[in-house]
Design a protein around this ligand. Structure first.
Ligand code: IPE
Ligand code: IPE
Ligand code: MG
Ligand code: MG
Ligand code: MG
Length: 297
């Protein structure tokens, strides 16, 4: 498919449809006594924007990689992301009732089942990578390493721990930026790195793409903070104005809505500048990154 000539909405719809179809094919049904696990996982997976696998596919497209090799591993990113949302919403974490336009998983299913469905999605993600057809053993190891480290203690989970510990405490901008880079930026960076590994990027391309991912990932979470105070619940699909009520310091609280938006745009533009160092056609990846920052849901 000639991606350069495609409209962004067409590209996004096409990739989302392929990702949704693949995720659908993973649905398990069983008559075993634990079948509720799969119902819960399917409930949580429905309705996401699929941004992380889309970013991975766009990166892979940019470097001339193949969709058939990419689809399974990029969907593992959505499984990890969805698990992180399930756990993020739990009463012991952000205690939210509404996600992706529906009740949060622990509101729809018993809380213990929600917790276990998160555990299931996390482990299933690595199973997907290990059994990805069309990848070399080296690529599978590399993807396993990227996902486990970026979603792990030094990455997303470390960021979530810092986020929880910071509740109710005054924190400054460098600290908040570190939390955002870890809790959200690292999985978005992993998505870009997935595209790079699947399409055999050279070390220079990989370095620039990683830096691009980090800037876009931070911008994305800053906009999430903005949307928390500006969007309607219907559009957003999750409750709004929740951060302040939980005593969370956000970019909006530290600098106001306009400056927070400007800061996100600055990080986006820094990222796009770095992306141009990869001497390839950057569209549609660059346009998707812009859309992530100039979004209202
Ligand atoms: C929400 O991510 C959580 C953050 C890391 C900010 P998304 O905005 O990508 O949520 P879904 O996947 O579309 O529900
Ligand atoms: C979520 O950040 C980050 C992760 C799930 C790792 P938030 O707590 O701000 O995300 P939302 O607003 O609940 O989607
Ligand atoms: Mg949170
Ligand atoms: Mg939350
Ligand atoms: Mg938020």
């Amino acid at each position: 498919m000639n991606t350069v000539s495609m409209d962004i909405p067409v590209y996004l719809a096409d990739r989302k449809q392929k990702i949704d179809a693949y995720l659908d094919s993973l649905k398990l049904k069983t008559t075993e006594p634990y079948s509720i696990l799969y119902d819960a996982a399917a409930f949580a997976l429905a309705g996401g924007k699929r941004l992380r696998p889309i970013l991975a596919l766009a990166t892979c497209d940019m470097l001339g990689g193949h969709l058939e090799q990419a689809i399974a591993p990029v969907c593992s990113l959505e499984l990890v992301h969805t698990y992180s949302l399930i756990h993020d919403d739990l009463p012991c974490m952000d205690n939210d009732d509404y996600r992706r336009g529906r009740p949060t998983l622990h509101r729809q299913f018993p809380e213990a089942i929600a917790l276990l469905a998160g555990d299931y999605l996390l482990t299933r993600a690595f199973e997907l990578i290990a059994s990805s057809p069309g990848l070399t053993a080296e690529q599978r190891i590399e993807l396993t390493h990227i996902l486990s480290s970026r979603a792990g203690g030094h990455g997303m989970i470390g960021g979530q721990v810092m986020d929880i510990l910071a509740e109710g405490h005054p924190i400054d901008l460098p600290k908040l930026s570190e939390i955002h880079r870890r809790k959200t930026g690292d999985l978005i960076t992993a998505a870009i790195e997935f595209g790079a590994v699947i399409a055999h990027a050279n070390p220079d391309e990989r370095k620039h793409l990683t830096q691009f991912g980090a800037e876009v990932g931070l911008a994305f979470q800053i906009i999430d903070d903005v949307i928390d105070v500006t969007a309607s619940v219907e559009k957003h699909g999750k409750a709004t104005s929740t951060d302040a009520s939980k005593g969370k310091i956000t970019y909006v609280q530290l600098m106001g809505i306009d400056k927070a938006k400007q800061t996100a745009e600055d990080h986006l533009h820094r990222g796009l500048e770095i992306l141009r160092k990869v001497r390839k056609e950057t569209f549609p990846l660059s346009a998707i990154a812009e859309k992530l920052v100039y979004r209202n849901i």
